[in-house]
Write a protein that binds this ligand. Structure first.
Ligand code: ADP
Ligand code: ZN
Ligand code: ZN
Length: 801
């Protein structure tokens, strides 16, 4: 019997399975999708069994046997193996990357340099004492001064240095006492000596728990006895001690606001639930776009569909962007579905994630709420897959495999015959266009669930503030509004967008950002060259000293940090209690939740933060939202800049007045007339969609054209520019005339870690040859350029350029 194994050898020039002989002892138990340890060259590596066969093209005497079978239960199902093939084809990644991304990191191999002792008698006193009776010791365990001695010993052949596989996280085990039955315990009673008071007491306690299984630690804690006493009774036969698997408990307290019981649906909600459920009942692989304004009750729709799916004995996957995977949303699901819910997010330790994964694998939970990678939850009978905030770019993985969770969800739904729900107040242009074409089914929620009006949104023209001599980050109006809330004891959320920090040049008088003459996009300031560049068309120019529009000298790089804002806020309103939430204050595990809880409990008047506060926040006392700089994102040289600005402003505004008290929003901007700002004011998605689609069409961007981004990097500037040009020439030759190839140009950050970066962009409507041509390009790369130290990556449908 021969097994085909995909080995964990990254960046190997050939991406195919290798053949191994299955030793007889494994034949009966080895299965597809199990992990194995196999020899590869002079190493041992981890691999995945993908197929079995009787014969191999490699002569039998050249084949090597599988070393070890790591899983009796395969970690990947047939569905997952097929999904990996599909990901490899559609994202052009290595098969091994596709396989590994589906599993919790605890199941990936970690390699470690170890010293294997060959001749213990030669080690010398010091090393011998350190090694003791061990045969293998990890190199990193040795104290630094011992390393030269080890090197010498390796030369002499007394030890060998090898790379070993280390399992990262094992199943957690706990000792439990299996307490004997009453008759047996009576029998033990006779064996306990008269003076053994502690044993007698413990035995009495055990008699009241005859036949039960209780963790040993709990028994000792509850009875106040020591291990010695427990052991003495075990020896007499009062109980048996066993090791059992347990789950680590990442439990966080449920927030009090979370609503547990289902509510009476509004007409629109009921209609949405009805149509999705009908699709689920019939096992149709239909994709729904649930377009509902903020606060319209999309989450309630998800939960009622899930209830229906669970009743049919099926499972549900709920994806949420990492940034909004707050305790608020997980509490809502846990309150509704209790212990049937697993939660997966980056805040969990590797062991905790592994435990959640095992609960899913074993069918102990039926719903998973998680970030992007939860789309690979190993459920076997999925009834619905939900992507909340489907427009979020975090659903796209930035490195290999560069998959989009939306695509994977739709693919899995096809395999399981179930609906997908894409939910958003501001759908991506791609999804909305598909809904218009009828590829997706559009469902709309146009009213807020509790009939609260949308918050009053005011746009503040910061150019006017400047004219009136206010150089502060706070407009007079916003400062006044914050003061007013302080007096009323209501809460304020202040939002600062830090993305795009200092990367564009803006005139503070007329609000103009310096634009590319050829494209409708702001130029990007390149620190390295101190010039402005367009990385769509390659145009380059000097940083102007005065504004090209109005001649003002108040032209500068734009951007401010939250810390600076906090200082200014303190000067302005010394009595206000401010919580700051950004990457710096949320580094610690659980700090995100802690800050939210504090704010929810009224321990602060103002919550100041970046992107991470834009979503999910739902507290009744928030009546004011301030956006300090709506422009920062708008000025990014990304064709999605307007879309992202619109989405963000809509989201942020949606944080105010979600409950009884009415909300008010101030958006400060230097570009009040920009359509993304103006239309976000009224959450006017469809008008925005109309204008933005026209722009995309004019400049040949998605959803009218697909785009593929190819990046190159190398330590040497000449090499990277030359290979990038060769690649472009090759692509131009192979691809049809309808494909637009732009570049190569230097990347926005032209050098990272001392590597120079280039990129080129392919735009196409239909290019049947593309996959084949790119696969060939990858082969050229792996055969030649990769060996020269060049890195090339291909991103089909990148989330930004
Ligand atoms: P979205 O996800 O669309 O922003 P949510 O599902 O968070 O909206 O709902 C907003 C608020 O309205 C929540 O507090 C929720 O509990 C409540 N809600 C949702 N549906 C209803 C309903 N049918 N009746 C009353 N309240 C509702
Ligand atoms: Zn100007
Ligand atoms: Zn340009």
């Amino acid at each position: 019997m021969i097994a085909e194994v995909i080995t964990d050898v990254s960046a190997h020039p050939v991406d195919r399975p290798f053949d191994y002989i299955v030793p007889e002892r494994m034949e009966a138990v080895i299965e597809r999708g199990a992990r194995v340890k196999v020899p590869f060259g002079n190493r041992k590596v981890l691999g995945f069994v993908t197929a079995f066969k009787d014969t191999s093209d490699v002569p039998v005497n050249k084949l090597r046997p599988v070393d070890e079978l790591l899983d009796l239960e395969p970690v990947l199902s047939t569905e997952m193996l097929e999904l990996a093939d599909w990901m490899r084809e559609t994202t052009l990644c290595f098969e091994i990357d596709a396989l590994q991304v589906m599993l919790p990191s605890a199941l990936r191999a970690k390699y470690e340099k170890v010293i294997h002792i060959i001749r213990a008698e030669q080690l010398g006193e010091e090393v011998a004492r350190f090694v003791g009776s061990r045969k293998t010791v990890a190199v990193k365990e040795f104290p630094e001064p011992m390393l030269p001695a080890l090197k010498r010993l390796a030369k002499e052949g007394a030890v060998s240095i090898e790379t070993a596989i280390r399992q990262r996280t094992a199943v957690k085990k706990e000792r439990v006492l299996v307490i004997a039955g009453p008759e047996q315990l009576d029998h033990v009673h006779a064996l306990v000596k008269k003076g053994a008071r502690r044993q007698a007491e413990l035995l009495e306690w055990l008699q009241s728990h005859a036949g039960e299984t209780i963790p040993s630690r709990d028994v000792m804690e509850m009875t106040g006895t020591t291990r010695a006493t427990v052991r003495a009774l075990i020896e007499k036969g009062a109980a048996a001690e066993e090791q059992v698997e347990v789950y680590r408990k990442p439990e966080v307290g449920l927030l009090p606001e979370a609503a547990g019981d289902p509510v009476v649906l509004t007409g629109e909600q009921a209609d949405a639930v009805g149509r999705i459920s009908a699709s689920a009942d019939e096992g149709r692989e239909e994709t729904f776009l649930l377009h509902g304004i903020t606060g319209s009750g999309k989450t309630e729709v998800y939960m009622q569909v899930i209830r229906r799916v669970l009743e049919q004995g099926k499972e549900a996957i709920v994806l949420v962007p990492e940034i909004s995977l707050t305790p608020q949303i997980t509490s809502r699901f846990k309150k509704r579905f209790g212990p049937l819910v697993a939660v997966m997010h980056s805040g969990l330790s590797a062991g905790e994630k592994y435990d959640e994964w095992r609960k899913i694998q074993r069918g102990e939970v039926k719903v998973v709420v998680g970030a992007r990678s939860a789309v690979f939850a190993p459920f076997r009978n999925i009834g619905v897959i939900i992507l909340d905030e489907e427009h979020e770019s975090s659903y796209k993985q930035e490195d290999s495999p560069r998959y989009h969770a939306r695509d994977v969800a739709i693919r899995r739904a096809k395999m399981h015959g179930c609906p997908v729900i894409l939910g958003s107040a501001t759908p991506s242009l791609e999804s909305f266009a598909r809904a218009h074409k009828g590829v997706y089914t559009l469902l709309s929620l146009t009213e807020r669930a509790k009939q609260q009006p949308l918050p009053e949104v005011r746009i503040v023209d910061m150019r006017e503030e400047l004219k009136n001599g206010n150089r502060s980050m706070f407009s007079v109006e916003l400062a006044e509004a914050i003061r007013d809330r302080l007096e009323k004891g209501e809460q304020t959320v202040l939002f600062l967008n830090r993305r795009g920090y200092s990367s564009f040049v803006l005139c503070r008088d007329c609000g103009t950002a310096v634009q590319c003459p050829n494209c409708d996009i702001s130029l990007t300031y390149h620190r390295a060259t101190e010039r402005l560049q367009c990385h769509y068309c390659g145009h380059e120019e000097q940083v102007p000293l005065t504004c090209p529009e109005c001649g003002s000298e108040h032209i500068r790089f734009f951007g401010t940090g939250t810390q600076k804002v906090q200082e200014e806020l303190h000067r302005l309103l010394p009595e206000a209690r401010v919580l700051r939430m950004d990457v710096d204050t949320t580094r610690q595990k659980g700090s995100h939740e802690k800050l939210l809880r504090q704010f929810g409990e009224g321990e602060a008047d103002i919550l100041l933060g970046t992107q991470m506060i834009a979503k999910g926040l739902d507290f009744p006392n928030i009546t004011l939202v301030g956006v300090l700089s709506a422009d920062t994102m708008l000025r990014l040289s990304d064709f999605r800049a307007a879309e992202k600005t619109f989405q963000l402003l809509t989201q942020v505004s949606g944080r105010a007045g979600r409950h009884e008290k009415e909300g008010e929003v101030y958006i400060q901007t230097y570009a009040p007339e920009h359509y993304a700002v103006e239309l976000a004011k009224d959450q006017a998605f469809e008008p925005f969609y109309g204008i933005e689609m026209a722009n995309r069409k004019r400049f040949s961007y998605p959803p009218f054209y697909y785009i593929t981004l190819i990046r190159f990097s190398h330590e040497d500037l000449m090499t990277v520019s030359d290979r990038a040009q060769k690649a472009v020439a090759w692509l131009t030759d192979k691809l049809g005339p309808d494909s637009l190839i732009i570049g190569p140009t230097a990347s926005e950050v032209a050098r990272v870690n001392n590597r120079y970066r280039y990129q080129c962009l392919i735009k196409y409507k239909k290019e049947p040859k593309l996959a084949g041509v790119l696969t060939d390009l990858v082969q050229i790369y792996r055969n030649t350029w990769m060996k020269e130290g060049l890195l090339m990556s291909i991103d089909m449908n990148p989330s930004s350029i």
